[in-house]
Design a protein around this ligand. Structure first.
Ligand code: ACO
Length: 430
């Protein structure tokens, strides 16, 4: 009997089965052979919310949640945060290797060539109310790109796929910035390919109409935004990435799949959490009130937003980097007193048994909102920034899935709990 195997005895029948173990997993389909009779469907794994189910093999992002380790393609996140740039990291995530200088130059050039959006997309944005949430606008306009690029449906053609990646990575900041300017009632500002990815985004957001010849981003703030993009670029099989893979598995173009990812990211338990963190910090308002808030959390009245993670049972390494970067940003902008509230909240929580015993640590969203606010972003834009960066990860994961021979259209099973075989009751008899 191979040692890399699992022996299962079905106590219903007394039968024994040997199931291979591969990479720390057993195949759920191997359980199907475990049956009580010929017409029994076979055993299934029941795993709502996929808490212990690997849905794919992936070589992109490694996380060790117990130790607080995050690596993109084998490179630790702190090294990339310190030494790389967002577009270089994007190349690494998509292609698997760090680029040479000519490769990086070409990658940046191709992406900047696609910053511009079709003029008709502006009409979509114009159609939204001034108070529409920019995530709703982003979701819709990314979905709309599907109708603008019919060539994108040739997803098994590598050149076409590559082109959609240039397009999507290039256009995300433009769509995000246009959504922002629409909500402010400002005219749209066209992209400037001479600026860096983050710098161009800042220019499209904040360039003064009619006044400035050319927007010059503050280098510290530009670097901080680029860093935040790096930290959000991928995070393996989270809710939005899994949504992209599930939708992508039915083989639509990537705009449909990425739109699904944006929808998933919008939720307050995922990308929407940084917005919730800031609301929470404002509500607490003062260091002195932190203790009362912790008591409310422990009574189960509210969650401590920005704390806890399905995977990290240790300090989220991204939160540590962001906390440090917050000080650099605040040296340029004015200090945000809510940072003191956040630090106090973290201090008290990390010394409280409720949080310690549940392994609840600050996640990426705990400090990111404070920096975003200092950079000048309104709260509604926080998740949009996350989506701009995560597009890279979504596309890399989507591409990986398309090349994975083990993948098929995603289709979970269910345990049926409803009625069976009822006879239709006419309206008058109900
Ligand atoms: N505040 C208070 N208690 C919490 C928190 C929190 N933020 N998170 C988890 N817990 C508690 C749960 O109530 C539960 O307690 P119990 O064992 O007494 O029932 C225990 O910790 C385990 O929590 P689960 O809900 O089982 O953890 P799960 O992995 O399902 O949830 C999640 C992870 C959704 C991130 C959760 O921690 C949460 O809601 N956090 C706040 C929202 C947030 O910050 N989300 C951002 C995540 S990072 C990202 O998406 C980019």
């Amino acid at each position: 009997m191979p040692t890399e195997s699992l022996t299962i005895t079905d106590n219903r029948t007394g039968k024994t089965y040997v199931v291979p173990i591969d990479g720390g997993t057993v195949k759920a389909m191997d359980l199907r052979q475990i049956r009580t009779s010929e017409d029994d469907f076979g055993l299934m794994a029941y795993d709502p919310a996929f808490q212990n189910t690997a849905s794919c093999r992936s070589a992109i992002t490694f996380i060790d949640g117990e130790r607080g380790i995050l690596e993109y393609r084998g490179y630790p996140i702190d090294q990339l945060a310190e030494r790389s740039s967002f577009l270089e990291v994007a190349y690494l995530i998509v292609h698997g290797e760090l680029p040479t200088q000519p490769q990086l130059d070409d990658w940046c050039f191709q992406i900047s060539e696609h910053y511009i959006i079709h003029e008709n997309i502006k009409k979509f944005i114009d159609g939204f109310h001034h108070d529409a949430h920019p995530m709703g606008m982003l979701l819709s306009t990314v979905g709309a790109l599907s109708a603008f690029y019919p060539d994108a449906k040739h997803i098994f053609d590598p050149a076409t796929r590559q082109k959609q990646m240039y397009r999507l990575i290039g256009k995300m900041p433009t769509l995000a910035a246009f959504a922002y300017r629409h909500s402010r009632g400002l005219p749209y500002e066209y992209p400037d390919p001479r600026l860096s990815y983050a710098g161009n985004f800042m220019a499209m957001l904040w360039k003064r109409t009619g006044g400035e010849e050319r927007y010059t981003p503050n280098p510290v703030l530009e670097k901080a935004l680029d860093l935040l993009f790096i930290l959000h670029a991928d995070h393996e099989q989270n809710c939005s990435t899994s949504s992209v893979r599930v939708v992508g598995s039915s083989q639509p173009d990537p705009y449909c799949a990425v739109a699904a990812g944006i929808g998933a990211l919008f939720g307050p338990l995922h990308g929407g959490a940084n917005e919730e963190v800031l609301k929470m910090l404002r509500e607490i308002g003062d260091k002195e009130k932190v203790y009362d808030h912790i008591k409310r959390v422990k009574r189960g009245e509210v969650k401590l937003m920005g704390f806890g993670h399905r995977i990290y049972k240790n300090y989220d390494p991204r939160a540590a980097i962001i906390k440090q970067a917050a000080h650099d940003v605040f040296a340029v902008t004015r200090t945000n007193p809510l940072l003191d509230v956040a630090i106090e909240l973290e201090r008290i929580a990390l010394s409280d048994d409720y949080f310690v015993s549940r392994k609840l640590y600050p996640n990426v969203d705990f400090y990111s909102g404070l920096i975003y606010e200092a950079l000048g972003f309104p709260v509604e834009m926080f998740t949009v920034l996350f989506a701009v960066a995560r597009t890279v990860g979504w596309l890399a994961q989507w591409q990986e899935m398309l090349g994975d021979k083990e993948q098929k259209i995603a289709r979970p099973r269910q345990v049926f709990t409803g009625h069976r075989g009822r006879t239709y009751v006419p309206m008058a008899e109900r």
